[in-house]
Design a protein. Sequence first.
Length: 342
Amino acid sequence: MTCARRVFRCFRCVERAADRITGAAGPWFVCLAISLLAIGILSFFIVIQPTLPFPWLTTPFCVLIALNMVGHYYHVCIVPPGFVGDTGSPVRGGGFLWVAPPPRGGSRLNIVHARISRCRKCHDTRPERAHHCRICNRCVLKFDHHCPVTSRCTGINQCVGLYNERHFVLFMAYLVFATSTFTIFGFPHVLIAFELRFAAWTHPFPPFLFITTYILSLVLSLAVAVMLAWHMWGVARGETAVEAQDHEVYAKWAKERGETFINSYDLGTRRNLTLFFNVGEGGYPLYTLFLPLRLKPYTNGYAWAHREGLNRHRGVREGEELTDGDDDEEYGGDTGGDDRNR
């Protein structure tokens, strides 16, 4: 066991060194992502868009997709995730395409004030669903993960949390749609660029750069689609990336006792989706999903909607909740650490 502890501590040291490196490289990832987005958008509108049918119909639609992709990327990079201890909301007082919060009077929800605990890493008091990020060294409201590299494809250089998670998911959705469209309608132009089709390359965009952009779009359309599906699965289940792993442990413990674990944040797929995007009854209009608007979540992170009749998870007993444990001291303690970055 002593040897196992030492091996575990060595891996932890390597992991933390990698965290510092990726954290320092975050701004470079953002610059790379902006450059790739700009090249992709330019190549689409220079090469592909003029050949699309019905230009009066397709052009406004293509512009809207590009604006949503760029706008949500801007928001997910600029809007703070919501750090515990910060005064006020990161989405307040105007800002780029900011929309005031709607009244929630017509929404029937079982809103419960969050239980408060103290973080073992930074020693701040924090509400439930907040977790410690070891790269930012702060607790984040509804922490999902820290992303120097989003889905290992595009950089945002900060945490994904309560106030920017909506933009993160919508950015991935519009990125998948844009790259898939590029891949499908750009294929004939790739054949021309490779001189496999008898036609001259008449575009001012270099063919080699277009081919490179096409290959990157193909890879992104597949890779980000998988990540988007995984995140949407979590949203539909009412859980974050951290909570998904914690809930697996809770379910195992409950099963060993002959009980059934129930996630109290899971209000059903439809309700989970409307609350996450804050649309529908008591929220913003549905059309806000198709505009790059900066919107507030339905909560400030200190009160959460629970299933009717439940104020906490069922199947988890008092004191069993996984917290920021002293995972450097005990082998295997990382399964109880909320400072995990994915």
